[in-house]
Design a protein around this ligand. Structure first.
Ligand code: EPZ
Length: 416
């Protein structure tokens, strides 16, 4: 069985350029089909989830090509509104095609986005909000059919600032008749990036970056070229990896303004940081300090997607830390794997108590989802000895090339 082999215990030294943002690229690729024309995207990360999304777009009838580093998508004539089952099931975030398919085709067919390792991942907030804009849903044996004869703008409020539900509302409202006022919208930077992209192709969205968005629907869009922002979660992963393994790392193309809560945590951990224009130098020696209590929160709070990497890093802290996961109900699955490396972590409900240990030992590990897998790589880089991470394909769903990045930091890593 394929595995990633990492020889840990060496401080990380070198430079890494941060890739384009996965969670910005995916809703932007959904938005592309709103326009009966061509879109050029730059800095789109070459990760599995993007490749799945491109296959889904081709299934609708989009022409997709790479011209050097630029991704060119021609959505002039779409022939189908069904999300291919094989991809829809693999990637639950295909649910965010609902809004753009209804905005363009007035109908959609998506497979039920099952839950995953980190939680049940319901879509009730999506459906309720899209119904308010005029959508109707029909549960069929192998998926969800949606129709929306006449999407009409309306004032609505989300019961929870769901990222995906916010994106679906924006995508349908952008092409609806009239104005939509969305209250309690998610404020993650990826939402702002989607709004900037849509406005670059002729949408009329105001309130970007706030939790109140005003969207004036338009009848048509125009060609655009857009460069996708760097991935704050990938940047945060390498920041925490350096904190745990020690070393001196320079990150380039870092979205510093999006990493306030993560930089605060590194500050509390006693990690030296030097920020420059889109760059961040991280220096760490010895064990980091523990964090008395941290709760994951919707943006701008500490991101749930960095909870597992932080958990792994705090396994080596001086003292005891407490992390409370408030976004997903099952996001402590990697505790078992970390304990096999010698970590001392106790989970009670949504709270993990991490007693820092002197060192972690390499072990045979299994990744079971994207960010947990990245956390195992972090732990393996900081552990003494060799670790093997099986099922590491999960990591490629969000990290363009974690092997290349670790090797550029001097880590001894190879894959079978
Ligand atoms: C997005 O997922 C991200 N994925 C996730 O990143 C991220 O963890 C999450 O936002 C939170 O920041 C993408 O952008 C592709 P939510 P999403 O809707 O949209 C509940 C990664 O590793 N909820 O904000 O699915 C839900 O169960 C991934 O890159 C409902 O109850 O997140 C969860 O507990 C993992 N009903 C909470 O809200 C709904 O209809 C947050 O979910 C929708 C959500």
């Amino acid at each position: 069985m394929e595995y990633l082999e990492i020889e840990g215990g060496n401080p990380l030294c070198g430079e890494v350029r941060i890739q384009g943002s996965k969670n910005a690229a995916l809703p932007i690729l959904s938005a592309v089909i709103l326009h009966r024309g061509t879109t050029i995207l730059r800095n789109c990360p070459k990760i599995i989830d993007v490749l799945y999304m491109l296959e889904i777009l081709k299934g609708f009838g989009c022409l997709v090509s790479w011209e050097g580093e630029a991704l060119v998508i021609d959505a002039s004539s779409l022939k189908d509104c069904r999300v291919a089952e094989c991809y829809g099931r693999q990637m639950r975030s295909s649910i965010m095609l609902l809004g753009s398919l209804l905005g363009r085709m007035r109908e959609a067919f998506v497979s039920y986005p099952g839950g995953c390792v980190i939680g049940a991942r319901p879509i009730d907030i999506h459906l309720e909000a899209l119904e308010k804009l005029g959508a109707a849903f029909l549960e069929e044996p192998c998926g969800l059919r949606a129709v929306c004869e006449k999407p009409a703008g309306i004032a609505l409020r989300l019961p929870f600032p769901s990222v995906g539900a916010t994106e679906n509302v924006i995508l349908l409202a952008a092409a609806a008749e009239g104005t939509t006022v969305l209250e309690n919208a998610a404020r993650e930077p990826e939402i702002g990036e989607l709004c900037r992209f849509l406005n670059s192709m002729g949408a009329k969205i105001r309130g970007t970056g706030t939790n109140r968005l005003v969207i004036d629907g338009v009848k048509e869009f125009h060609d655009t070229e857009f460069t996708i922002m760097p991935d704050r979660i990938v940047a945060g992963t390498y920041m925490l990896m350096t904190a745990a393994a020690g070393g001196d790392v320079l990150l380039r193309e870092v979205p510093l303004e999006q990493l306030g809560s993560v930089r605060d945590v590194l500050e509390q951990m006693g990690i030296k940081q030097e920020a420059g224009e889109g760059m961040l130098r991280i220096q760490s020696k010895g064990h980091p300090k523990s964090i008395p209590k941290l709760m994951t929160r919707p943006y701008p709070g500490f991101p749930t997607d960095l909870q597992s990497p932080l958990l792994a890093a705090l396994s080596l802290a001086k003292g005891t830390s407490i992390i409370e996961e408030t976004i997903f109900e099952a996001r402590f699955k990697i505790v078992e794997e970390l304990c096999r490396m010698g970590a001392e972590i106790r989970v009670e409900g949504q709270t993990a108590e991490i007693r820092g240990v002197k060192g972690l030992r390499g072990a045979e590990l299994t990744a079971r989802e994207l960010r947990g897998g990245a956390a195992l790589v972090l732990a393996a880089a900081a552990a003494e000895g060799i670790s093997r991470i099986y099922q590491y394909h999960y990591i490629a769903r969000g990290y363009e090339n974690i092997i290349r990045d670790l090797q550029s930091l001097g880590s001894v890593v190879k894959s079978t």
